[in-house]
Design a protein around this ligand. Structure first.
Ligand code: ZN
Length: 220
Protein backbone atom coordinates (compact mmCIF):
# COMPACT_ATOMS: atom_id res chain seq x y z
CA UNK A 1 0.00 0.00 0.00
CA UNK A 2 1.29 3.45 -0.84
CA UNK A 3 2.07 5.66 2.11
CA UNK A 4 -0.13 8.70 2.27
CA UNK A 5 1.21 11.98 3.57
CA UNK A 6 -0.50 15.18 4.62
CA UNK A 7 0.97 18.35 3.15
CA UNK A 8 0.06 21.60 4.91
CA UNK A 9 1.21 24.67 3.03
CA UNK A 10 0.53 28.34 2.48
CA UNK A 11 -1.76 28.97 -0.48
CA UNK A 12 -1.16 31.61 -3.08
CA UNK A 13 1.77 33.98 -3.16
CA UNK A 14 4.03 34.09 -0.15
CA UNK A 15 2.49 36.93 1.80
CA UNK A 16 5.24 37.56 4.35
CA UNK A 17 8.50 39.36 3.57
CA UNK A 18 11.81 38.90 5.30
CA UNK A 19 13.36 42.05 6.79
CA UNK A 20 16.41 43.43 5.00
CA UNK A 21 18.55 43.58 8.16
CA UNK A 22 18.80 39.88 9.00
CA UNK A 23 22.23 38.43 9.78
CA UNK A 24 23.72 37.68 6.31
CA UNK A 25 25.60 34.69 7.77
CA UNK A 26 22.23 32.96 8.11
CA UNK A 27 21.87 32.56 4.34
CA UNK A 28 23.70 30.85 1.48
CA UNK A 29 25.74 33.50 -0.33
CA UNK A 30 24.71 32.16 -3.73
CA UNK A 31 20.98 31.36 -3.54
CA UNK A 32 20.21 33.37 -0.36
CA UNK A 33 18.12 30.64 1.21
CA UNK A 34 18.69 29.72 4.84
CA UNK A 35 21.81 27.65 5.44
CA UNK A 36 20.90 23.99 5.69
CA UNK A 37 22.76 23.75 9.02
CA UNK A 38 21.12 26.79 10.68
CA UNK A 39 19.60 25.84 14.02
CA UNK A 40 18.52 27.97 17.00
CA UNK A 41 18.37 30.90 14.62
CA UNK A 42 16.48 34.20 14.72
CA UNK A 43 14.66 35.52 11.66
CA UNK A 44 13.23 39.01 11.34
CA UNK A 45 10.20 39.72 9.18
CA UNK A 46 9.28 43.04 7.60
CA UNK A 47 5.78 43.23 9.10
CA UNK A 48 4.12 43.32 12.54
CA UNK A 49 3.12 39.66 12.13
CA UNK A 50 3.02 37.01 9.40
CA UNK A 51 0.14 37.14 6.89
CA UNK A 52 -3.04 35.32 6.60
CA UNK A 53 -2.46 31.63 7.23
CA UNK A 54 -1.14 29.56 10.18
CA UNK A 55 1.78 28.66 7.89
CA UNK A 56 3.82 31.42 6.27
CA UNK A 57 6.60 30.67 3.82
CA UNK A 58 9.49 33.05 3.37
CA UNK A 59 11.47 33.23 0.12
CA UNK A 60 14.54 32.19 2.09
CA UNK A 61 13.06 28.69 2.61
CA UNK A 62 12.12 29.42 6.19
CA UNK A 63 8.64 28.31 7.22
CA UNK A 64 6.81 30.11 10.03
CA UNK A 65 4.06 28.25 11.87
CA UNK A 66 1.57 29.56 14.36
CA UNK A 67 1.23 28.21 17.90
CA UNK A 68 -2.15 26.52 17.27
CA UNK A 69 -0.53 24.36 14.59
CA UNK A 70 2.53 23.71 16.76
CA UNK A 71 0.24 22.46 19.52
CA UNK A 72 -1.75 20.29 17.13
CA UNK A 73 1.36 18.55 15.77
CA UNK A 74 3.30 18.56 19.02
CA UNK A 75 6.21 20.86 19.86
CA UNK A 76 8.49 17.99 20.92
CA UNK A 77 7.88 16.21 17.66
CA UNK A 78 8.68 19.36 15.70
CA UNK A 79 11.88 20.03 17.65
CA UNK A 80 13.00 16.45 17.15
CA UNK A 81 12.65 16.59 13.36
CA UNK A 82 13.37 20.17 12.29
CA UNK A 83 15.69 23.05 13.17
CA UNK A 84 13.72 25.64 15.12
CA UNK A 85 14.19 29.39 15.34
CA UNK A 86 12.59 32.52 16.78
CA UNK A 87 10.57 35.09 14.83
CA UNK A 88 11.15 38.83 15.36
CA UNK A 89 8.81 41.40 13.87
CA UNK A 90 9.49 44.76 12.24
CA UNK A 91 9.64 46.48 15.64
CA UNK A 92 12.13 44.00 17.05
CA UNK A 93 9.55 42.20 19.19
CA UNK A 94 9.72 38.42 19.46
CA UNK A 95 6.49 36.78 18.28
CA UNK A 96 5.92 34.15 20.97
CA UNK A 97 3.01 32.70 19.00
CA UNK A 98 5.17 31.82 16.01
CA UNK A 99 7.98 29.38 15.41
CA UNK A 100 10.48 29.48 12.52
CA UNK A 101 11.45 26.18 10.92
CA UNK A 102 14.39 25.09 8.80
CA UNK A 103 14.09 21.68 7.12
CA UNK A 104 17.86 21.31 6.89
CA UNK A 105 19.10 18.49 4.69
CA UNK A 106 15.81 16.63 4.90
CA UNK A 107 13.77 18.82 2.56
CA UNK A 108 11.31 16.78 0.50
CA UNK A 109 10.72 17.73 -3.14
CA UNK A 110 7.07 17.82 -4.18
CA UNK A 111 7.37 16.63 -7.77
CA UNK A 112 5.04 16.87 -10.74
CA UNK A 113 3.97 15.28 -13.99
CA UNK A 114 4.47 18.17 -16.44
CA UNK A 115 6.93 20.97 -17.18
CA UNK A 116 9.34 19.78 -14.55
CA UNK A 117 12.82 21.03 -14.09
CA UNK A 118 15.42 21.51 -11.42
CA UNK A 119 18.60 23.36 -10.65
CA UNK A 120 21.09 22.93 -7.85
CA UNK A 121 22.78 25.78 -6.02
CA UNK A 122 26.55 25.99 -6.45
CA UNK A 123 26.86 27.34 -2.94
CA UNK A 124 24.84 24.95 -0.78
CA UNK A 125 23.73 22.15 -3.18
CA UNK A 126 20.09 22.84 -2.43
CA UNK A 127 17.84 21.55 -5.22
CA UNK A 128 15.28 23.96 -6.65
CA UNK A 129 12.49 22.06 -8.38
CA UNK A 130 9.43 23.30 -10.17
CA UNK A 131 6.62 21.54 -12.03
CA UNK A 132 3.01 21.55 -13.11
CA UNK A 133 0.39 18.81 -13.15
CA UNK A 134 -0.24 16.10 -10.58
CA UNK A 135 1.84 16.19 -7.41
CA UNK A 136 3.63 13.32 -5.71
CA UNK A 137 6.75 12.66 -3.71
CA UNK A 138 9.66 10.32 -4.35
CA UNK A 139 11.48 8.48 -2.86
CA UNK A 140 9.07 7.55 -0.05
CA UNK A 141 10.16 9.45 3.06
CA UNK A 142 10.78 7.62 6.32
CA UNK A 143 7.70 7.46 8.48
CA UNK A 144 7.59 6.64 12.22
CA UNK A 145 6.43 10.09 13.24
CA UNK A 146 8.85 12.00 11.05
CA UNK A 147 8.01 15.55 9.94
CA UNK A 148 9.60 17.25 6.96
CA UNK A 149 9.52 20.59 5.22
CA UNK A 150 8.91 20.51 1.48
CA UNK A 151 10.45 22.63 -1.25
CA UNK A 152 7.10 24.47 -1.31
CA UNK A 153 7.61 25.49 2.30
CA UNK A 154 4.91 23.13 3.57
CA UNK A 155 4.93 20.62 6.40
CA UNK A 156 4.79 16.97 5.39
CA UNK A 157 3.77 14.24 7.82
CA UNK A 158 2.09 10.86 7.74
CA UNK A 159 -1.63 11.26 7.10
CA UNK A 160 -2.42 8.87 9.94
CA UNK A 161 -0.45 10.98 12.43
CA UNK A 162 -2.70 14.04 12.32
CA UNK A 163 -6.40 14.50 12.90
CA UNK A 164 -7.59 16.25 9.76
CA UNK A 165 -10.73 17.60 11.40
CA UNK A 166 -8.68 19.52 13.95
CA UNK A 167 -6.51 21.35 11.41
CA UNK A 168 -7.33 25.08 11.67
CA UNK A 169 -9.54 26.28 8.81
CA UNK A 170 -8.14 29.07 6.69
CA UNK A 171 -8.65 29.76 3.02
CA UNK A 172 -4.91 30.45 2.84
CA UNK A 173 -3.91 27.12 4.37
CA UNK A 174 -3.62 24.37 1.76
CA UNK A 175 -4.29 20.84 3.02
CA UNK A 176 -3.54 18.07 0.53
CA UNK A 177 -2.78 14.37 0.59
CA UNK A 178 0.34 13.38 -1.31
CA UNK A 179 1.38 9.85 -2.19
CA UNK A 180 4.87 8.54 -2.66
CA UNK A 181 4.86 7.44 -6.31
CA UNK A 182 7.11 4.40 -6.90
CA UNK A 183 7.59 5.47 -10.55
CA UNK A 184 8.39 9.20 -10.60
CA UNK A 185 6.73 10.60 -13.71
CA UNK A 186 9.36 13.27 -14.21
CA UNK A 187 11.87 10.49 -15.02
CA UNK A 188 14.53 11.82 -12.65
CA UNK A 189 14.56 8.80 -10.32
CA UNK A 190 16.17 9.59 -6.97
CA UNK A 191 17.07 13.15 -7.85
CA UNK A 192 18.95 13.99 -4.66
CA UNK A 193 21.20 10.91 -4.80
CA UNK A 194 21.93 11.22 -8.50
CA UNK A 195 22.72 14.92 -8.41
CA UNK A 196 24.98 14.33 -5.40
CA UNK A 197 26.88 11.59 -7.22
CA UNK A 198 27.22 13.61 -10.43
CA UNK A 199 25.04 11.17 -12.40
CA UNK A 200 22.66 13.97 -13.41
CA UNK A 201 23.54 17.48 -14.59
CA UNK A 202 23.19 20.32 -12.09
CA UNK A 203 20.25 21.73 -14.04
CA UNK A 204 17.52 20.33 -16.28
CA UNK A 205 16.69 21.71 -18.72
CA UNK A 206 19.93 23.65 -18.90
CA UNK A 207 18.09 26.97 -18.87
CA UNK A 208 15.71 26.03 -16.09
CA UNK A 209 15.17 29.31 -14.28
CA UNK A 210 16.22 29.25 -10.69
CA UNK A 211 14.34 31.17 -8.05
CA UNK A 212 17.07 33.73 -7.70
CA UNK A 213 17.14 34.36 -11.45
CA UNK A 214 13.40 34.94 -11.48
CA UNK A 215 13.57 37.37 -8.59
CA UNK A 216 17.05 38.85 -8.30
CA UNK A 217 17.79 40.54 -5.02
CA UNK A 218 19.26 43.99 -4.82
CA UNK A 219 22.54 44.05 -2.94
CA UNK A 220 22.62 46.46 -0.05
ZN1 ZN B 1 22.57 28.00 -1.96
Amino acid sequence: MLERFMHLHERGLNATDTAKDNDPALFCRVCRTIRIDARDFTIKIAEPRPGTSPIATLDEKVTLIERKLVDLIGEDRIRKNLFVGRVINDRGKELENWMALNGGLQEILVRGTREYGYRTCDGCDRIFYSSQGGRYIFPPPETNGRIYLTNLGGLLLEESSIDRASIPKSRWLGVEVLKADPNPRDGFGNLEAQVASGALPRAFPERFPSRWELAPRVED
